[in-house]
Structure formats: C-alpha cells, structure tokens
Design a protein around this ligand. Structure first.
Ligand code: SF4
Length: 397
C-alpha cells in the first residue's frame, strides 16, 4: 500500500506546494513542542505571514513523501486533527492522513554563549541541517534583488534568526545535529556580500564543522556566489565539502537578466556558467556541482534545454516549485499548475540520468540531497516513484 501511494504522491506534493494549505486550530496542537516548527533560516515561503504563532515546517504524506508547508488562507486544502490523526481535506473530501515531522532535540539547546540553536540553523526536512551565513543580500540596497527573493524582508517579520552567525557557533549546532544522528547532510548559503567575504566565511565554517563533527569528508554543499578568482574554490574542496551550487535561477539568459538584474550586473550570467564549469573541474561531475532554478518563471522548454546542456557539462539542476510569497517582487503571482511541475520533474530527471557525466560513479541528481530533505523539489520523488512503478511491474510479470 505504501509503495502504491509513493507512485501517486509527486502530483499531490506539487499541488500542496503550488496551492499551499490552510491549517485548522486543531492542526497546530503540539507544533513547537513535539512537532518541528518553521525557523525561516533563509526565506519565508508561506503565502500568509504568521508572526504570532509557530507553523509546522513540513508534512509527511502516507507514502513517505516530505512536503514543505506553505500557509495560504485561500488554499483549497485544509489540515485538521482528529485525536491522533491529521487529516488532509479538499472541500468535503478527505485526501490523505498526514504527519508533521518530529522536532529534533537540538532545537531546545543553546550554544556555549547562550544563543538558541534555532537562531543559527534549521533542520530542513528529515535530515539536512541548513544555515544562511548572512540573512542579507547587498542587491536589496538598490532594488536589484531577484524577483522571487525575500531574504532581507524575512528577518523583519520573524526575529528568530541571527543575521550573521559566527563560525564557532555554527560548528556547535552542526555538531549537535550530526552527533545526535538527526542530520545526515548540510547546506550553507547566504546573500551576496561585497568582495571576497563569502569564501573566507565558508572556509571558517568548514573548519569549525570539521572540528565539531570529527568529519573530514563533509556531506554537504554550499550554494554560493562565484568568487573573483574561481580557483579559490579549490580551498573549499581541500576542506572536504562534497559539492557546490551556483544558482542560475533561470537558464534563458534573457530571463536571467530580467528576473535577477542585480546578479547580472554584479556578476553576470557567463560568470555563473564559468563557475559551474570550473567547479566541475575541481570537484568532479555526476551531480556534485549544481544550479538551482526557480521553476515556473521561464518556459519549460527553455529550462529543459538548460538541464540537458548543464548535464552534458557534469552539472545537475534543481528545479524548485516557485512560491510567490510575501516580500518578493513577484508576491501573489501564480506559479504554473501542479501537472506542469510533475512533467518538468519527470523530463528533467530523465535528462540528467541520461546526460550527466559520470566522473564520480553512478549519477544521481545531486548526491548530497535525498527525498527526505528536498521538500520543495519533485526530482527525487519522481525518480523514486518511477523505480517503484518498475518494481511493481516486475513483480506482476
Ligand atoms: S542573489 Fe538573489 S536570490 Fe540570492 S539572496 Fe540575493 S536577491 Fe536573493
């Protein structure tokens, strides 16, 4: 039964991400105590702000699919609790029972200087600890930020996260998360900073994480801005991080220029492409290096052309389901349909499996990610669903 559900869940996940959910009063029971609450380590993804109450971070569908919760008071979906059961309803129909994710123990801890660990990092999905080194991007200063981004806006709505995090404290939190067994991988990101500051911060973070966890092969990635000297990426590779991301956001250069005017002016589309190629030279191919995309802003065919072209260069693509959330220039725009996102994920994963250069063994789109932590992307879900369909067919025949 669970396996059959897994085959159908990518479409439901896409619908929940595109339309968001409403949560009845009963649905909030235990959130922030037994169940993991949102921490806003990076962006606000909800359609509606919720400063006065903790909102669940993710839900798990019956087949095991993990979905980011996006609050939307206009959503056709409602989640409410009946006893021990959380019911997901659409109109008068119950669609599924769902679960909130368990709250990890380190969410109650403080660092040695008294900072709540949730002010430093967030456990995304089941097992990825994520930190934003700086919750501010210099592109907001002249209004040239990316159209879908609310990085500088979010901390003004929720004061739970420190804008800058010291490397020693990041190490302590990562140590607590890895050493207690709740984290299996990590992601570091942050806004664009002047000069070479980011690469220096990343080096400090990686040293601190190595010290705190005892790991030398670091199971995570950093999503970063290309440094002035791309060979500086070798410093990060020597510190043991497994992969890097440089987000093009839109593959078509005309869309990139229109949607990300500050990135175009400060860095440039071609420099992002060059950074991806240089990183593959340093780290190897097969998905260690990737670009994130805010899927749904540009036509599907443009994005798929990019997925194929990048895969041939050894670069994976992560198309995220776009949330036109509060504080973005695109607030209240409509993303494409759920069906559009499922088709995109199926075609993108097929392209990557066929074309991704295999310098590091079996290709898997972004080996440092998994179904449990890609809460707003359908790639791993459609791959799992396809594997499950094939296994079911094999067992029938
Ligand atoms: S580069 Fe764009 S997406 Fe990244 S933080 Fe700045 S404005 Fe946001």
């Amino acid at each position: 039964m669970r396996d059959e559900l897994l085959v159908k869940e990518p479409l439901l996940k896409a619908r929940l991400l595109v339309d968001g959910v409403r949560i009845a009063e009963s649905g909030y029971e235990g959130v922030g105590q037994q169940f993991k609450e949102q921490v806003h380590h990076l962006f606000e993804y909800d359609f509606d702000l919720h400063q006065t109450r903790a909102c669940p971070a993710e839900m798990r569908l019956p087949g095991g699919t993990v979905v980011q919760v996006r609050l939307n008071e206009r959503s056709p979906f409602l989640i409410q609790r009946e006893g021990e059961t959380l019911r997901l309803e659409e109109g008068t129909h119950e669609i599924a029972t769902v679960e909130w994710l368990e709250r990890p123990a380190f969410y109650d801890l403080k660092t040695s200087v008294g900072t709540p660990m949730t002010s430093i990092a967030e456990l995304v999905g089941e097992d990825c600890i994520a930190v934003s080194h700086t919750n501010a991007c210099m592109l907001f200063a002249d209004g040239s930020q990316c159209g879908f981004c609310n990085l500088n806006y979010t901390p003004k709505q929720y004061d739970e996260v420190r804008i800058k995090k010291k490397a020693a404290e990041v190490g302590e939190v990562f140590g607590a998360a890895f050493n207690s067994g709740v984290a299996n991988h990590f992601e570091i990101t942050g806004g664009i900073l002047p000069g070479n500051r980011e690469i220096n911060i990343l080096e400090e973070y990686l040293r601190s994480i190595r010290d705190a966890t005892g790991l030398t092969d670091l199971p995570g990635t950093a999503i970063m801005t290309p440094p002035a000297d791309l060979r500086d990426l070798e410093k990060l590779q020597r510190l043991g991080i497994r992969g890097l991301g440089f987000n093009l956001e839109c593959f078509n250069p005309a869309f990139f220029r229109a949607v990300c005017p500050g990135k175009e002016r400060q860095i440039g589309y071609e420099t992002y492409r060059e950074a991806l190629r240089t990183a593959v030279d340093i780290f190897g191919a097969g998905g260690r290096i990737y670009s994130g995309f805010v899927a749904g802003v540009e036509p599907m065919e443009d994005l798929l052309e990019g997925v194929k072209e990048l895969a041939e260069e050894g670069v994976a693509s992560i198309p995220l389901v776009w949330s036109p959330s509060s504080g973005t220039r695109f607030h209240r725009h409509r993303p494409p349909s759920a069906e559009w996102y499922v088709e995109l994920a199926e075609r993108a994963s097929a392209l990557m499996i066929r074309h991704l250069r295999r310098d590091v063994g079996v290709p898997r789109p972004v080996p440092t990610r998994c179904t449990g932590c890609q809460t707003q992307c359908l790639l791993q879900d459609v791959i799992q669903s396809r594997i499950q369909s094939l296994q079911t067919l094999t067992s029938i025949s």
